[in-house]
Design a binder for this molecule. Structure first.
Ligand code: NQM
Length: 361
């Protein structure tokens, strides 16, 4: 016996996964998580019995409901479903999946288009982060095709512009949760920072690599991964995250001088596998570290002048541009971060789960 649950399967930026209306899922968290594991086919390295793509970037779920407070159009809850373990983590947010939330809201009738362009205010419930998301809606329908291009996704698509309103300390409580610009773990200088995503920034060279290796090379380097995990387990509690053994934050970012015309070169572990590109809020956070004099990232950056800075973050499959609006009164204070993503509805239908795990709460 199986139960059918309405679902839209969507790409958001460089991530992909099923999106659900909150009201179609159990309200009990344990039941919901059991259902999401079943939907994705976890735990299993191939996720063969579900919709997951056997990679952290394609083992993600979006849950959406109407805004519950004035001025908020939609509320989004993101879940990272572990591929190999029976674990669902709603601690972090995901700026990539976020790009699909406005199209989802319009497709499902939770919100209505307001003209050729529709801007929706979205609350990410994981971290309480607000963002304004602008999508093209000619004739009242979401437009998916267009000429916007993002590295990590083939071809072009309609732009989804995201503006984050306040991200400092989203998960850790403050931008520099250890109270310092630089900490030292295992003899390695690091900057622990959270401007939307908890990230530990380290010089690649201090871990014995260049920072220009491919994702596969880094993923095959067991010795490097051991060093990174040791630092992560010490940095986590220092960043107010408690024991992070079973958490997907903080993310671990190796930085080096840029080589492709950008402002900083990155290789990010999320947290155990190297990202094929870079996470959205991960990029915002590293870009923020890069413009803060004295940080580890700043040693490898020449940030542009002015109160509106476009920081190009190089990553294994290209670059990611973040526009930071700085506080004119404090050149190290980032007021707003804006960026470009694209999104696409891939499938609309019902996903089946065994009735035993689908009991509605
Ligand atoms: O940092 C990967 C991704 C992400 C998260 C990760 C993200 C973000 O590329 O906002 O988008 O860091 O696990 O989807």
């Amino acid at each position: 016996m199986q139960r059918a649950i309405p679902c839209l399967f969507m790409r958001g930026g460089t991530s992909r996964g099923p999106f659900f209306l909150d009201s179609d899922l159990p309200s009990d968290v344990a039941q919901r998580d059991a259902l999401l594991l079943s939907v994705m086919g976890s735990p299993d390295v191939r996720q063969i019995d579900g919709m997951g793509g056997a990679d952290p970037l394609t083992s993600k779920v979006g849950m959406v409901r109407r805004g519950q407070t004035p001025g908020v159009d939609l509320e989004f809850l993101f879940a990272q479903v572990s591929v190999k373990e029976a674990r669902v983590d709603t601690t972090p947010n995901c700026g990539n999946m976020l790009a699909a939330v406005a199209p989802f809201g319009l497709e499902t009738g939770l919100v209505k288009a307001t003209g050729d362009v529709t801007t929706l205010r979205v609350l990410t419930r994981n971290t309480g982060t607000l963002s304004d998301i602008e999508v093209r809606t000619p004739g009242g329908k979401v437009e998916y095709s267009g000429d916007a291009r993002i590295d990590g996704v083939p071809g072009t698509a309609s732009p989804v512009n995201i503006s984050f309103l306040e991200t400092a300390g989203s998960v850790c409580g403050s931008l520099l949760p250890t109270g310092r610009l630089v900490d030292r773990f295992d003899g390695v200088d690091v900057t622990c920072i959270d401007n939307g995503m908890p990230v530990v920034v380290m010089a690649a060279e201090s871990l014995g690599v260049t920072g220009y290796e491919s994702r596969d090379e880094l993923n095959a380097n067991a010795e490097l991964k051991k060093k990174i995990e040791s630092i992560r387990l010490q940095a986590g509690p220092a960043m107010n995250l408690g024991d992070v053994t079973k958490k997907v934050v903080p993310k671990m970012c190796l930085v080096a001088h840029p080589t492709a015309g950008g402002h900083i070169c990155t290789r990010t572990f999320i947290p155990h596998d190297c990202h094929s590109a870079v996470g959205v809020l991960g990029a915002v956070t590293v870009a923020t570290a890069a413009v803060m004099p004295g940080s580890v990232a700043n040693r490898f950056t020449r940030a542009p002048p002015g109160t509106s800075k476009t920081i190009s973050v190089e990553h294994p499959s290209g670059e990611f541009s973040v526009v930071l609006t700085m506080n004119p009164a404090n050149p190290a204070d980032v007021l707003q971060a804006a960026l470009l993503r694209t999104a696409r509805l891939i499938m609309r239908g019902e996903v089946y789960v065994p009735t035993a795990v689908a009991a509605k709460g």
